[in-house]
Structure formats: structure tokens, C-alpha cells
Design a protein. Structure first.
Length: 260
């Protein structure tokens, strides 16, 4: 038994907790060995011992994303303070492919409506975007493989279960993905508070991908350069920008209004 941050005693377990966190070397190795679906593995930066190297290479061999992170990040994620330099996040469901998302639109006979999240790191934001995407009838959400929250327990909870209904695809390279979508005849609408096109002048009736930028920096330069349009939501107060998931909701429901 160990004490957690709140001083309560808890039994160590090899299973992911309700938050999907699997921590410690044996627990992570066992999860990999037993085929537990893992979204991502964090390994403390600078730790070079053989056991962690073995975990990283086994994980990569199974196609799991391995991220080197500051030890402080692992300390903050840890429930037990005994992560031993490695934490895995369990995945709540399989990722879809981009083709699955395009097929979902074809099956419904609708022009694709897709949300692309450019490195949203806050799982609450990603969960909220997935929830709104489901409510607005979007055909899917696409995220990058790295530097993004993934389909973890917190995202599932914040999405209110929408992760079970909306296909979420993960891709290695967002600019390349956007080019592929453009080749499919989909218009790519980037979003930024200083965008040159007012939202209400954007035609969202046709095939559309809406790109939402990260919490801190907004859309990456290459992503922004690949967009067909950069759309802005009018800001009437003193702040510079909306929350990413709020911006996604406004764009999605403008698309719903135009498609009615
Ligand atoms: C918190 S904002 C990012 C702010 C960042 N400092 C920037 O300069 O873009 C997160 C994302 O929400 C969307 N967003 C926020 N406010 C917006 C607005 N007024 N118009 C269009 N998109 C907006 C954009 O996708 C933005 O990248």
C-alpha cells in the first residue's frame, strides 16, 4: 500500500486507474505484454537505463507513441509518486482512419464536416470539441500523433461519451493531411482571432474542414499556410481570443445553421 497526494492509502495495481494512468516499470511492461490498448507512453527525459530503453523500444515496436517528458510532468501526472520514470495512458478506443471519416460523410450523403485540432494539449478541450462535433453532426475529428491529447479517459469523460460516436483519427503530419483533404475537394478553414475573413462570410455549406489551433500558440505556421481561408470570430471584449473548444463550437454551429 502507498500513500497518494491526498494522504489516503491505496493499493498498488497493474491496472489503469479510472483516469487511465498506468505507472511504474513493471505495470507498463505488463500492460504492453498483455496487449492493453495504450494511447501514449511518457518516459522521463535524460533517463537512459536499460529497462526504460526496453520499454521504449517494445512500445515503438507496437506502434505506441513514446514521448520524452520532463520528470516534473510525470510527477504531476502520477497518482502514486512511484512512476519510476515511466507512465502510460490507456486508450479508451481505437483510432479511426481519415478514410473512415470520409466514408461516414459519404454514407450519410452529406458534404464532409471535419474538425482538425492542431496540437490541443488540454484533454478537457479535446473532449469538449469531440462532444460538440458529435452534437453538430460532424463526421469526424482529426488530431496529430504528437503534442496532442489523445483518446484517454479524461477526454472520454469530458466528451460525455461522444468518443463512442464520433470517429477520431490520428495522423503523423497535419499539413500533409490538410493537403490530402484539399485533394478530396474539401475546403480548409483555419481559425485565428486575426483571421482575414469574418466567420459570417465563410461558406461552410460545402465540404469543410475546420482547423482549431492550440491553446498557447494557435495554429502552427505550416498548418496555417496550408489553409484555404483564415476565419475570425468577432471579439467584442478586452480579451484576445476565445477558448479553443468555444471557437470550435461557434464554427461548427455556423456550419449547422448554413446547412439547414
Ligand atoms: C486560445 S486560442 C489561441 C490563442 C493564441 N494565442 C493565438 O494567437 O492564436 C485557441 C484557438 O481557438 C481559436 N480561436 C480563438 N479565438 C478565436 C477567434 N476570435 N476567431 C477565430 N478563432 C479563434 C483558434 O483556432 C485558436 O488557435
Amino acid at each position: 500500500m502507498k500513500e497518494n497526494k491526498t494522504g489516503k492509502r491505496r493499493e498498488d495495481t497493474l491496472e489503469a486507474g479510472a483516469d487511465g494512468i498506468i505507472e511504474g516499470r513493471n505495470a507498463v511492461i505488463e500492460a504492453l505484454r498483455s496487449g492493453t490498448a495504450i494511447d501514449k507512453i511518457y518516459i522521463a527525459r535524460g533517463e537512459t537505463d536499460a529497462a526504460l530503453g526496453h520499454i521504449a523500444s517494445t512500445a515503438r515496436g507496437k506502434g505506441v507513441v513514446v514521448v520524452e517528458a520532463d520528470r516534473r510532468k510525470l510527477d504531476n501526472m502520477s497518482r502514486t509518486h512511484s512512476h519510476q520514470g515511466v507512465i502510460a495512458l490507456a486508450a479508451v478506443r481505437e483510432y479511426a482512419s481519415v478514410e473512415d471519416i470520409l466514408n461516414a460523410a459519404r454514407e450519410k450523403g452529406e458534404p464532409p464536416l471535419i474538425v482538425v485540432c492542431d496540437e490541443l494539449s488540454d484533454p478537457h478541450n479535446l473532449g469538449a470539441v469531440i462532444r460538440t462535433a458529435e452534437c453538430a453532426g460532424a463526421h469526424g475529428v482529426i488530431i496529430p500523433k504528437r503534442r496532442s491529447a489523445g483518446l484517454t479517459a479524461i477526454v472520454a469523460k469530458t466528451s460525455a461519451g461522444a468518443v463512442s460516436h464520433v470517429p477520431v483519427a490520428r495522423v503523423p503530419n497535419l499539413p500533409a493531411l490538410l493537403k490530402e483533404l484539399k485533394d478530396e475537394g474539401i475546403w480548409v478553414f483555419g481559425t485565428a482571432a486575426d483571421g482575414d475573413r469574418l466567420l459570417y462570410e465563410a461558406d461552410l455549406k460545402g465540404p469543410a474542414a475546420i482547423v482549431i489551433g492550440s491553446e498557447g500558440d494557435g495554429m502552427g505556421r505550416l498548418v496555417a499556410e496550408t489553409c484555404d481561408f483564415k476565419v475570425r470570430i468577432p471579439m467584442k471584449g478586452k480579451l484576445n481570443s476565445l477558448n479553443a473548444s468555444a471557437a470550435a463550437a461557434i464554427l461548427l454551429y455556423e456550419a449547422v445553421r448554413q446547412r439547414m
